[in-house]
Design a protein around this ligand. Structure first.
Ligand code: HEC
Length: 198
């Protein structure tokens, strides 16, 4: 057997030795790649890479404009300030508050009475959807500390939701009514509400 054949092979392999600086460079690049991945990958979280399950979800995420934006804002402010009593669905709650869905006060042509209710508060017997009701606690002036824009957004929202269908209320409308009522006491039920121009 001739063992000389292996000689030339081993000589070639010594030429393939990788210089130490290349190894160092590769390790550095792998390390920097890891750091970059850590900061930018979101660890392949589904929320980062596939946040929308449908075109509808993507559409719902687009910024709204005009009245749609006001209604969306009104919904938020309503749920915090009014929905606790009147219900997130506007159906009212037994012993707590009458319904706003289908209410003749909410759907009134004008907005004067509707601005005055949260601005001043309401006591005494009130007829809603044709039914006389009386909530012993009444309703405090829960809207009196709100901005004109927030109260307008709430009223616009409740007039456009749950089957209600009445015109939007603007911040200027709210401002004008507020300027006209001053420090009036809480409204006394149907009887006094009806003395206010619609
Ligand atoms: C603490 C509970 C409570 C909160 C919060 C509240 N309400 Fe009321 N609301 C009532 C009660 C109780 C009545 C009925 C008062 C009465 O018996 O005279 C009422 C009556 C009304 C009415 C007239 C009756 C009807 O059903 O249409 C409107 C309109 C109304 N509320 C709107 C609002 C709006 C808008 C907000 C938020 C800015 C709000 N309420 C927050 C308890 C509440």
């Amino acid at each position: 057997m001739n063992h000389d054949l292996s000689n030339s092979k081993s000589q070639t392999s010594t030429h393939l030795t990788v210089p130490i600086w290349i190894i160092a460079l590769m390790l550095t690049l792998i390390f920097l790649g890891g750091v970059y991945f850590d900061h930018h990958s979101g660890w392949f979280d589904a929320k980062v890479y596939g946040p929308y399950q449908s075109a509808g979800q993507l559409a719902a995420y687009q910024p709204l404009s005009g009245e749609a934006a006001i209604v969306a804002h009104g919904k938020q402010v309503y749920e915090i300030n009014c929905g606790t009593c009147h219900g997130p669905d506007g159906m009212g709650m037994p012993g707590k508050a009458p319904p706003l869905a289908g209410s003749e006060w909410v759907n009134a042509k004008g907005f004067h009475r509707l601005v005055e209710i949260p601005q001043l508060g309401l006591n005494g017997t009130i007829t809603v959807k044709g039914q006389p009701m009386n909530f012993p606690t009444g309703m405090a002036a829960v809207g009196s500390a709100m901005s004109d824009a927030d109260l307008a957004a709430i009223l616009t929202y409740i007039r456009a939701s749950w089957g209600n269908n009445a015109d939007a209320v603007t911040a200027d409308d709210v401002k004008a009514v507020r300027a006209s009522v001053g420090g009036h006491h809480a409204i006394d039920g149907d009887v006094e509400l009806k003395t206010i121009p619609e």
